[in-house]
Design a protein around this ligand. Structure first.
Ligand code: R5P
Length: 292
């Protein structure tokens, strides 16, 4: 070996006194996932806080132009800088969302029936190849525990879990509660746990006033809450605060943001609750201080 090479080798530093670290992944129940899946989950959940503000705008897949989503280009694009993740259909993604949006994309992957029919009769509505092409971080599927098409919707989920696992794409199971079912902690524990047991990477469910902490405790993977019907802004912020305080890892909120009087201020107020730990009242004070 020439002398110069020998000298350079002597100058290398292998930090023999520093053991290589092996940090646990920040998300509940997700440590044993593969690198690609963890990387995609880091596009959904902010690694600094472990939480997410997902903006749900996929309503059109079964109800057409929902109030507040008549023109996604006009109504929603101003909100993008404040969303950790967008949950939407591939149709809206391709036609309206700029590809310069670099945070998480969660693609609606189930569908079929509209509000004119029995909603639980969904099927898988996209190939995993298209999710890869669109650089999705996760695919989302409704699961109707206790519904007329319960088994079919659970199978939709397990097939998406299998396809997603092949390529490192997460599956968000959305627990859909039929009108005839009681929305309480007991039902939510059942629905979320079934989804997690059968492979969902994370689960979206409704917040319930009583014992929501037992829902998050018994679900081994992260839970995000749905916003549900439009509430007065302060109430929506209180719901988000309570959910986070009781173990939720974020919100997947739609109508309570885009149907607010001032959606840009509302999504920022939700962020303050989810990421900055402020009280609902403090966030509401910020909301009311903003001009629409
Ligand atoms: C579930 O049915 C869909 O994903 C909805 O579009 C989404 O959950 C609605 O969000 P929100 O209830 O906050 O309007």
């Amino acid at each position: 070996m020439p002398e110069a090479d020998e000298a350079a080798k002597e100058q290398k530093n292998f930090y023999l006194d520093i053991p290589q670290t092996n940090e646990a992944f920040f998300l509940k129940g997700s440590n044993n996932l593969d690198w690609g899946m963890k990387n995609r989950l880091s596009q959904i959940f902010d690694p600094n806080t472990g939480k997410t503000v997902m903006l749900a705008i996929d309503h059109g897949y079964f109800q057409g132009p929902t109030t507040g989503l008549e023109r996604v280009d006009v109504n929603i694009l101003p909100l993008l800088p404040y969303a950790d993740t967008l949950m939407l259909t591939r149709g809206i993604l391709r036609s309206i969302i700029p590809p310069t949006f670099t945070r998480g994309i969660v693609l609606r992957a189930s569908g079929g029936p509209t509000i004119l029919k029995e909603l639980s009769n969904e099927q898988i509505a996209m190939d995993i190849e298209d999710a890869i092409r669109l650089n999705a971080a996760a695919v989302a599927v409704q699961v109707f525990v206790g519904g007329e098409y319960e088994t079919q919707s659970v199978h939709n989920m397990t097939r998406l879990v299998d396809m997603g696992s092949r390529y490192g794409i997460a599956t968000l199971a959305v627990t859909a509660v039929g009108r005839e079912l009681v929305r309480d902690a007991r039902y939510m524990r059942l629905a979320t746990r079934v989804c997690a047991e059968l492979g969902a990477t994370y689960v979206k469910t409704y917040y319930v006033d009583k014992d929501f902490d037992t829902v998050t405790a018994s679900c081994p993977v992260p839970i995000v809450i749905a916003g549900g019907k439009k509430l007065p802004e302060l109430e929506a912020l209180r719901m988000a605060r309570n959910a986070i305080d009781q173990g939720a890892c974020g919100v997947d909120m739609g109508r309570n943001i885009f149907q607010a009087d001032n959606p840009v201020a509302m999504i920022q107020a939700v962020r303050m609750v989810v990421h900055d730990g402020v009280t609902a009242e403090e966030a509401y004070k910020f909301y009311t201080s903003q001009q629409p």
